[in-house]
Design a protein around this ligand. Structure first.
Ligand code: GLN
Ligand code: ZN
Length: 713
C-alpha cells in the first residue's frame, strides 16, 4: 500500500469562487443553456480546484467532491438507488433533486448540524442496488489527464444507509462498494475516502456491529485501494475502537470538535483534522501542532476537520473587510495553506492549558407574569376577534427592491430614495392586508435582504462579506455574517419601519425580530467565547430592541427562532444543557416586555419531538408553527402548551393556492383538539418566496374559511 500523502483536505467548495456553478445550473434549468455548457463549467471548476490545491502545496488531492447538486444524491446514483418513478424523467438526477411538473422531488434535510442540505436517499425493500461508478472514475481520469493523482471521496455505506433509514440493506449495498473498490484499484487509484460522519452521533450496539461488519468485509476485498474512513463533526466515541479493529488503513478524526483519542492507534494512519472546516478563523499553530503530536498512530496526516464545503473560497476576495479582521480570517484557500504549513512544521509541545472561563449562571432577567395574567392584559387592549388571522412576517420580495438594495450598495441610488421605496412597499403590504381582512398585520420585511444578515449589518461585532458564499443546497448559497467581537446595538434597528407601518393603520402591526439562537446559528461565530455566552450577548441586543419597540407603541412583537433545533448537539448527552441555555437566551431577549405586550414566536417545523419541551419553555404568548405538511399530529403535542397556537393552515413552499373549504376543514379539525380561544390562523411560514398574486389569492381563502368558522363553529 502506498503511504498516505502528508497533507490533505476532506473536500472543497464547488459552487465556484464567483458562484459559476450556480449560474450555470440555473441557466440550464431554465433552458437557457445546454447540458454540455453545464458540464463545461463543472469541468472548469474541478480543474481550477485541483490546480490551486497543488499550487498551494497540498499533497493529497481529493476527487469526486464536486457535485452538480449534492454528494448524497451522487452516492444514491452510484449505488443505483434511483426510485423507479424518476427513471423515465428527461433528467432523472435533477428530477430527484428538484422534481418535475408531475413529480415531487425527493425529501431534503440538513446535513448533520450544518446549514448544508442533502437529498434524503429513498430506499425501499425493493430497491435494487447496482453499481454505476461512472462519476468517480471519470473524475479520477479527468484529474489524471491534468497530471494529478487523486483520492475519490464517496459517502460510506453505514452513513448512506442510516440517512436512508435502511441499515438492514447493508449486505446488498456492500456488494456495490466491493465492486467500486475493485474498479478503483483497476484504475490505479491508491486511496479511497469513505465519509462516515454518522459515526460521531450516538450509535446503538447493532449499528456499531454494522460498522465492524462493513469495514471488515470491505477490508478483505483482495485488490483494492487503501481505505480511509473519514469521520467529522465530533468525536467518534465508541466507533473508534470498532474502526480500529477493522482492516481499514486510515481513520479521519475531527480534532477541532473532538479531542485527541486516548486510544493508541498504532497500525493505522490517522488523518488528523486540526484545521477547522466549520469556522472562518486562522488556526493556532501551537494548538494544532500539540494535537498532532499527541495522536498515537503509525502515521499522522495533517487535514481539515471536515470538508471545506462549509466555508467560503477566499479571504482575498473581500477587499472591503477591515484589515485587522482579515488578519484573523481563513477561508478555504487560507485553510489549505495552513494544512500545508502544519505538515511541514516540526511538532511542538502542548501549550499551557488556558484558564477556563467561569460561566455566569443562566440569567433570566425579570420574569413576565404568568400566562393567564398576560393574556388578560393583552385581550383588554388588543381586542382581537376569535381565531385572529395573521401572517409570519415577510411578504413577497420584489425584484425592484432587490435591485434597489444593490444600487445603494454600488452607490447609484441614494439611501433616502431607497428608504422611500421601502416605505412605499410597506404601505402596499398594509393595504393588501387591510383589504383582505387580516387582524394582526405585518410590515412585510421589505427592508431585509435576509432575516439574519439584516440584523448583523446593524449590530457592532458583526461583519458581512461580499463574496463569502457557502452552498446551502443545489444552486442556493448563503453569505453567513461573521460575528467577530462583542455584540452591541448602537441604535434601534427595526423601530422606524415598525412605527411607520403602525402609523398607516388602526389594526395592530406586529414588530418582527430574529431570535438570538437563529442569529448565531446562521452566522460564523467567534471561537474565543463559549457559544452560549455569544448567544447571550446577542440576546441582550434583541432585548434592547424589544424594549424600544414596546416604548414606541408596538403592542405585538414576534421573535422568530426557526434555528432552535439546528444547534442541537449531535450527541444526546449534550442536548439538555444546550436546550437549557438556548431557552434562557430567548427568555432573556423577550422578558423585558411588559405583560400587555404580546410576544409571538415562529418555528418552521413541528417534527421536533426532542425540542417540544424547549419550545414550550420559550413561554411565548403565541407560537406559530408549520403544520400543513405534518398534519394533525402536532396539535396534540404542541397544543398542550396552554398558550396561543397558530398551526399553519397552508404550505407556503408550494405555489398552489389552498381552497377556502380545504382551510376550513383544517381549522375544524384543529378546533376539535384545541380550545378556540387559543387558536390563531396563519400560513406555515413567511411569504417572501411567493408572488403577490399567489399570496393574495391564498390569504383571501384563509379569511373566507376563518369567517365561516367564526359564524358557525
Ligand atoms: N419572519 C420571517 C419571515 O416571515 C420568518 C422566516 C422563517 O421562519 N425562516 O420571513
Ligand atoms: Zn418559518
Amino acid at each position: 500500500m502506498s503511504p498516505f500523502p502528508k497533507s490533505t483536505v476532506l473536500g472543497y467548495p464547488r459552487i465556484g469562487p464567483r458562484r459559476e456553478l450556480k449560474r450555470a445550473l440555473e441557466s440550464y434549468w431554465d433552458g437557457r443553456s445546454s447540458r454540455a455548457e453545464l458540464d463545461r463549467v463543472g469541468a472548469e471548476i474541478r480543474e481550477r480546484t485541483w490546480r490551486r490545491l497543488a499550487e498551494l502545496g497540498l499533497e493529497g488531492l481529493p476527487s469526486n467532491t464536486f457535485s452538480l447538486y449534492d454528494q448524497v444524491l451522487d452516492t444514491a446514483v452510484l449505488l443505483g438507488a434511483v426510485p423507479a418513478r424518476y427513471r423515465e424523467a428527461a433528467d432523472p438526477y435533477f428530477a430527484m433533486a428538484r422534481g418535475t411538473e408531475g413529480l415531487a422531488p425527493l425529501r431534503m434535510t440538513k446535513w448533520f448540524d450544518t446549514n448544508y442540505h442533502y437529498i434524503v436517499p429513498e430506499i425501499g425493500p425493493d430497491t435494487v442496488f447496482k453499481l454505476d461508478a461512472g462519476k468517480p472514475l471519470a473524475e479520477v481520469r479527468e484529474a489524471r489527464a491534468l497530471g494529478f493523482e487523486t483520492r475519490p471521496v464517496v459517502v460510506g455505506p453505514v452513513t448512506f444507509l442510516l440517512l436512508g433509514a435502511a441499515l438492514d440493506r447493508l449486505d446488498d449495498v456492500l456488494g456495490c462498494y466491493e465492486e467500486l473498490l475493485s474498479a478503483l484499484a483497476a484504475e490505479g487509484v491508491a486511496w479511497v475516502q469513505l465519509d462516515e460522519p454518522a459515526l460521531v452521533g450516538d450509535r446503538t450496539a447493532d449499528e456499531l456491529a454494522a460498522v465492524l461488519a462493513a469495514y471488515s468485509r470491505l477490508g478483505s476485498v483482495s485488490d483494492r485501494p487503501g481505505l480511509f474512513v473519514a469521520s467529522y463533526f465530533g468525536d467518534l466515541g465508541e466507533a473508534l475502537p470498532v474502526l480500529h479493529e477493522t482492516p481499514v488503513e486510515a481513520i479521519g478524526i475531527d480534532l477541532v470538535r473532538g479531542g485527541v483519542p486516548a486510544l493508541d492507534l498504532s497500525g493505522k494512519t490517522v488523518v488528523a483534522g486540526v484545521v477547522s472546516g466549520r469556522d472562518v478563523w486562522r488556526t493556532s499553530p501551537e494548538r494544532a501542532l500539540a494535537a498532532l503530536g499527541a495522536v498515537r498512530a503509525s502515521e499522522v496526516v495533517v487535514s481539515t476537520s471536515c470538508s471545506l464545503l462549509h466555508v467560503p473560497y477566499d479571504v482575498a476576495a473581500e477587499p472591503e473587510l477591515d484589515p485587522a479582521l482579515k488578519e484573523r480570517l481563513a477561508f478555504a484557500e487560507q485553510k489549505v495553506a495552513e494544512v500545508v504549513a502544519l505538515a511541514r512544521s516540526p511538532l511542538r509541545d502542548a501549550p499551557p492549558a488556558e484558564p477556563s472561563v467561569a460561566l455566569p449562571g443562566p440569567v433570566v432577567l425579570e420574569e413576565r407574569g404568568p400566562y393567564a395574567v398576560r393574556a388578560a392584559a393583552q385581550a383588554g387592549h388588543l381586542r382581537l376577534p376569535p381565531l385572529p388571522i395573521t401572517t409570519i412576517g415577510s411578504f413577497p420580495q420584489t425584484g425592484s427592491l432587490r435591485a434597489a438594495r444593490a444600487a445603494v450598495a454600488s452607490g447609484t441610488l441614494a439611501q433616502a430614495d431607497y428608504e422611500r421605496q421601502v416605505e412605499a412597499e410597506i404601505e402596499r403590504v398594509i393595504r393588501v392586508q387591510e383589504r383582505l381582512g387580516l387582524d394582526v398585520l405585518v410590515h412585510g420585511e421589505p427592508e431585509r435582504n435576509d432575516m439574519v444578515q439584516y440584523f448583523a449589518e446593524h449590530l457592532d461585532g458583526f461583519a458581512v462579506t461580499r463574496n463569502g458564499w457557502v452552498q446551502s443546497y443545489g444552486s442556493r448559497c448563503t453569505r453567513p455574517p461573521i460575528l467577530h467581537g462583542d455584540i452591541r446595538r448602537p441604535s434601534p434597528i427595526t423601530v422606524r419601519w415598525a412605527t411607520y407601518a403602525q402609523s398607516l393603520t388602526d389594526k395592530p402591526v406586529k414588530g418582527m425580530l430574529t431570535g438570538p439562537v437563529t442569529i448565531v446559528a446562521w452566522s460564523f461565530v467567534r471561537d474565543d467565547l463559549p457559544l452560549r455566552d455569544v448567544v447571550f450577548q446577542v440576546a441582550d441586543a434583541v432585548r434592547e430592541e424589544v424594549r424600544d419597540l414596546e416604548a414606541a407603541g408596538v403592542s405585538i412583537i414576534q421573535v422568530d427562532e426557526p434555528a432552535l433545533r439546528e444547534l442541537l448537539p449531535l450527541r444526546r448527552a449534550a442536548q439538555a444543557d444546550y436546550l437549557e441555555w438556548a431557552v434562557a437566551a430567548y427568555r432573556r431577549a423577550t422578558s423585558g416586555a411588559s405583560d400587555r405586550t404580546q410576544i409571538h414566536t415562529h418555528l418552521c417545523y413541528s417534527d421536533a419531538d426532542q425540542i417540544l419541551a424547549a419550545i414550550d419553555g420559550l413561554d411565548a404568548d403565541v407560537t406559530t408553527i408549520e403544520s400543513a405538511r405534518s398534519g394533525a399530529r402536532i396539535l396534540g403535542t404542541v397544543g398542550s402548551f396552554g398558550r396561543g397556537l397558530g398551526p399553519g393552515v397552508y404550505d407556503i413552499h408550494s405555489p398552489r393556492v389552498p381552497g377556502a373549504e380545504e382551510v376550513a376543514e383544517l381549522l375544524r379539525r384543529t378546533l376539535e383538539v384545541l380550545p378556540a380561544e387559543r387558536v390563531w390562523v396563519n400560513p406555515d411560514c413567511g411569504l417572501k418566496t411567493r408572488t403577490y398574486e399567489e399570496v393574495e389569492a391564498a390569504l383571501a381563502n384563509v379569511v373566507t374559511a376563518t369567517r365561516r368558522l367564526r359564524e358557525a363553529p
